[in-house]
Write a protein of this length. Structure first.
Length: 163
């Protein structure tokens, strides 16, 4: 499970996704509010999405997080901290506790509430610790950011050693 999926899983848990819960009945693990998402309708007596399948609800949550990280959201930005994200996602005006929510999700993912959303794209299992060596000139390094089987970003990164 990558960090974006872990982030989504933590949201699902915090939203109380279990048999019989509102998010379960609505196939909406993130309790996303309806804003015209594909494969969804608005709750009859509320503002939340009702997705036709769990898979569509899960994918909508993943898409929302991915858009926030990639700067494609009108509400969230990649440089927002986890706490800032939850201040918008689950505002106290809606009887939520965004600080507690952020702490729970950050702990599950292994982050701080002050970590920026864009850090979710860094895979800690694939980072390399450089060996001690003489400083070298900048060398191109191939970088690939993925979400599941999907390549989100690919290219060369110039990396140099410095003292």
């Amino acid at each position: 499970m990558n960090r974006i999926e872990k982030f989504a899983e933590a949201i699902k848990q915090h939203e109380g996704y279990y048999i019989g819960s509102r998010s379960y009945r609505n196939n909406n693990p993130g309790n996303l509010k309806f804003v015209g998402q594909a494969n969804a309708t608005k709750e009859a007596n509320g503002s939340f999405c009702v997705f036709d399948t769990y898979e569509h609800g899960w994918q909508a949550l993943i898409n929302m997080i991915t858009n926030a990280i990639n700067g494609k959201s009108q509400i969230y930005s990649p440089t927002m901290t986890v706490l800032q994200f939850f201040e918008k996602y689950a505002p106290s005006a809606d009887s939520n506790d965004p600080k507690r929510y952020a702490e729970a999700v950050a702990a599950y993912v292994g982050f701080s509430v002050n970590s920026e959303l864009e850090e979710l794209t860094i895979d800690p299992d694939k980072t390399e610790t450089p060996a001690a060596q003489e400083p070298q000139a900048a060398t191109p390094k191939r970088v690939r950011v993925t979400l599941g089987d999907k390549v989100l970003l690919e290219g060369e990164l110039l990396e140099s050693s410095s003292d």
